[in-house]
Design a protein around this ligand. Structure first.
Ligand SMILES: [Zn+2]
Ligand SMILES: [Zn+2]
Length: 156
């Protein structure tokens, strides 16, 4: 099994992913832009039990959302760098910030979403699906990933 390590800026939080993620989002929505202070966020969607914490204890910080659905960003308690999100407080799945991995090049986006607020100078690559808002998981995810996602639903 491959493993992918990552850490926060100060190194207090270290973790590894025990497999590749199910899917990778590049989100260009205004919330993600604000929360990262950048043009977009890169999130690797993976089962929580495939994220092994090697050191530190990331702390949840609750974000305001339009939908009212909870969004917790887990941050290093020391340097406050965000390492992953839990959307909907489901617990079973994490949105790991790809940029915190030692080798972020291994997980390019599978989809670009909320491109309606994409900054105009960000040029999207050919061949990667993109959507004004959200997308249909069932048509885009590989069967294997859908199976993994389904298994999570069962476990809830
Ligand atoms: Zn840190
Ligand atoms: Zn977003």
């Amino acid at each position: 099994m491959s493993e992918y390590t990552g850490f926060c800026s100060c190194g207090a939080v270290r973790f590894r992913l025990l497999s590749a993620p199910m899917f990778v989002h590049c989100c260009h929505c205004r919330d993600c832009q604000r929360q990262t202070g950048s043009a977009f966020v890169l999130n690797a969607l993976i089962e929580s039990d495939r994220v092994e914490i090697l050191s530190g204890a990331p702390e949840p910080v609750s974000m305001p959302t339009d939908s009212g659905r909870p969004h917790d960003i887990y941050r290093c308690p020391q340097c406050k760098v965000a390492v992953w999100s839990d959307y909907g407080r489901r617990g079973v799945m994490r949105f790991v910030r790809v940029g915190t991995l030692d080798d972020p090049v291994v997980f390019p986006p599978d989809v670009h979403i909320y491109t309606r607020s994409k900054l105009p100078w960000v040029v999207l690559p050919d061949g990667v699906p993109s959507f004004d808002t959200y997308y249909d998981m069932k048509t885009l995810w590989q069967a294997e990933s859908l199976k993994r996602r389904e298994a999570l639903k069962m476990a809830r």
